[in-house]
Every structure is written in structure tokens, then in C-alpha cells.
Ligand binder design. Structure first.
Ligand code: PHE
Length: 347
């Protein structure tokens, strides 16, 4: 019987040592240490032995069991460790693979123009002002010297909510609002970027919704020279240091005198090309000295205060600056268009 036990021990030891996975190991444990295993078989026969032998066989079979238990335990540890290592190995990330390119957005060309201009004007001490897009007729027209029935309303026909409320046709009503708020006390230096609306038929250069940046300065001793110097800085910031500007007489009800501002063509340096229609100059924006009547209606004493105002068309500036020939490109969210304005341009 003792021999039998030793054979079992040898056989178990070999099997345990050869075992490669936890499941087989567990089967071996059940086999050798369970109730129906070969060791139990031997022990069942112990009653046939005499007392002395029985004690001996009992002792040896216990030793064999302990030995097998120990072997299984240490093998288990080894296999568990190996399982962890295998798992780690199978889950390692190969960091040498090139990463997926995640598409990132870029700044919209209109936002870019607005940001650049905000930078310029904030640097000159201007504040950014905002006003409502659904505006009262009173601010959009009346206070700007365009009473009901005035022919200038034709040019700026817009969308009416009701008799007194409309979608603003220009950012100029913000002038009126800011002046009224200042209660006759200067100075005022603001720019107001924002959306504007007109009942224009959409085509390559017109859109029923577009953006303007209004500028307004009201103070004592403000002259047209100040306006010209300011707009010269604007032209150079947007179109290069060599740009010059010129004023042509024009008409806006809320400015007097009013001017149309041309910038020397950045495409041909003023020599004449298709972009400037061979004139060397590009029509860029409207401006003027705030009409004394407007100053008065908005609470300022025109004897004491003067002001200048200008209205920049953001789409127009962006189209000129980036050579875009269709205003609709700004609104159609076509990635092929937008992707051309990468962040690299910001650097
Ligand atoms: N608001 C005018 C327009 O939309 C532009 C402008 C603004 C002209 C300020 C003069 C002064 O046409």
C-alpha cells in the first residue's frame, strides 16, 4: 500500500509539473484530493490492515496529500502569474503606430476678420458694444435721421416683425443706443460687430444676412483727420503696410459730411488689375462725421461735441483679403472651403 501511495505521489507530481493551465490544475486537485481519488481508494482499504500498518499508511497518505496540496498551490501561483503576464502582453498598446488624425475646427474667416479688427481697435482704446438684432424702427432709422417715408429707407429695406420692430439693417442703431446711454457725456469710443439683415436678393455679392462692424467716436475736437488716420490704420492692418486710403464724397443720413472710403488695391499695389477694375482703388466702406442732428437727438450738444462713425462690411473685407468671389461661401459650411483657413494663418 505504501508503494501504491508513492506511485500515486510520483504520478501526481509529474502531472502537476506538466500542467500548463489553471483549469487542468483544478481538475488534478479534484482528482487527487477529492473524495473519489486514488488516495481515498487506498485509505478505504486501510481497515484491512493491522493497527501498526494502518497508522503508517495513514501517516504516509497524509504526507502524500500535503505534498500534493503544496505542489498544486505553488503551481497555481506560477500559472496565475503567467496568466496576468499573458494578459498584459496581449493588451499592450503599440505606441509606435501612427495616431488617428482627429479633424479640428478652424476659425471661420468672418470671425477671424472680426477678431483681428477687435484687436486693432481695443489696442486704440475702443470698447466693444453690442445691440439687439431685433431692433426698433426708432433706433434703426428715426434716431439716425431717417424718418418714416425718407427715401434712404429704400436702400435698407429689411424684414419687419411688426410696425415698430424689425431685423436691423445696419449696426448703426448701436451708435444711437450708446450715445443715449452716455447722457451727453463724452468721450465714446466703440466698435460694434454684429449681424445685419436686408431684403436683398441673394447673389454672389449680396446676402439677406451679413455682418457689419460699426465704429463710433464722440468727443471734443474730433475732426475728419482723426477719421482718416483711424481708417488708414484699419486698411494697413487688414491689407498690408503699404496701403493708402482716399475719401470720396457720399451720402448717409446720419453722417455729414459722408464719405465712401477706397483702399489702394492690395492685389496689384495700385497699378490696376481685375480686382480693382483697373482703377488701383477698391471701394471698402462708408464713413463720415456724425450728423449734428443725430448728436442732438441722442443727447449730445453738437456745439461742444463732434464725432465720426464708420461701417465696415465684414464679408466684403474677408472677400477682398482672402480673394473669395462668392459671399455664399461664408454660410454654406462647406468644409473644403473652411479647411483652407487653418490655424497656421493665425501664427
Ligand atoms: N450703416 C451704413 C450702411 O450700412 C454704413 C455707415 C456706418 C456709414 C457709419 C457711415 C457711418 O450702409
Amino acid at each position: 500500500m505504501l508503494d501504491q501511495l508513492h506511485v500515486i505521489e510520483k504520478e501526481a507530481t509529474e502531472k502537476i509539473q506538466a500542467c500548463q493551465d489553471l483549469k487542468t490544475l483544478n481538475d488534478l486537485r479534484v482528482l487527487y484530493l477529492g473524495k473519489k481519488g486514488p488516495i481515498q481508494e487506498v485509505m478505504k482499504k486501510m481497515k484491512e490492515l493491522d493497527k501498526e500498518e494502518r497508522a503508517k499508511v495513514g501517516q504516509v497518505s497524509n504526507q502524500v496529500k500535503q505534498e500534493i496540496t503544496k505542489l498544486i498551490e505553488s503551481k497555481k501561483e506560477v500559472l496565475e502569474q503567467k496568466a496576468i503576464e499573458d494578459q498584459i502582453a496581449s493588451e499592450t498598446i503599440d505606441i509606435s503606430l501612427p495616431a488617428y488624425q482627429l479633424p479640428t475646427g478652424t476659425i471661420h474667416p468672418l470671425s477671424r476678420v472680426i477678431e483681428e479688427l477687435e484687436d486693432l481697435f481695443i489696442g486704440m482704446g475702443y470698447d466693444i458694444a453690442e445691440g439687439p438684432e431685433v431692433e426698433e424702427d426708432y433706433y434703426n432709422f428715426e434716431l439716425l435721421n431717417v424718418p418714416k417715408g425718407h427715401p434712404a429707407r429704400d436702400m435698407q429695406d429689411t424684414f419687419y416683425i411688426d410696425e415698430n420692430n424689425l431685423l436691423r439693417s445696419q449696426t448703426s442703431p448701436v451708435q444711437a443706443r450708446v450715445m443715449l446711454k452716455a447722457k451727453g457725456e463724452g468721450p465714446i469710443k466703440i466698435i460694434c460687430p454684429g449681424k445685419t439683415y436686408r431684403r436683398d436678393d441673394d447673389d454672389a455679392t449680396h446676402s439677406h444676412q451679413f455682418m457689419q462692424i460699426e465704429g463710433l467716436v464722440v468727443d471734443r475736437h474730433i475732426t475728419m483727420g482723426d477719421l482718416k488716420g483711424t481708417l488708414e490704420l484699419f486698411a494697413r492692418k487688414m491689407f498690408g503696410q503699404k496701403r493708402q486710403i482716399r475719401f470720396r464724397p457720399s451720402y448717409f443720413p446720419f453722417t455729414e459730411p459722408s464719405v465712401e472710403v477706397d483702399i489702394s488695391c492690395h492685389n496689384c499695389d495700385g497699378k490696376g488689375c481685375a480686382m480693382c477694375k483697373h482703377t488701383g482703388w477698391i471701394e471698402a466702406l462708408g464713413a463720415g462725421m456724425v450728423n449734428p442732428h443725430v448728436l442732438e437727438m441722442c443727447g449730445f450738444d453738437p456745439q461742444e461735441y463732434q464725432g465720426f462713425a464708420f461701417g465696415i462690411g465684414v464679408e466684403r473685407v474677408a472677400m477682398l483679403k482672402y480673394g473669395i468671389d462668392n459671399i455664399r461661401s461664408f454660410y454654406t459650411d462647406d468644409l473644403r472651403f473652411l479647411e483652407q483657413f487653418t490655424r497656421k494663418d493665425d501664427e
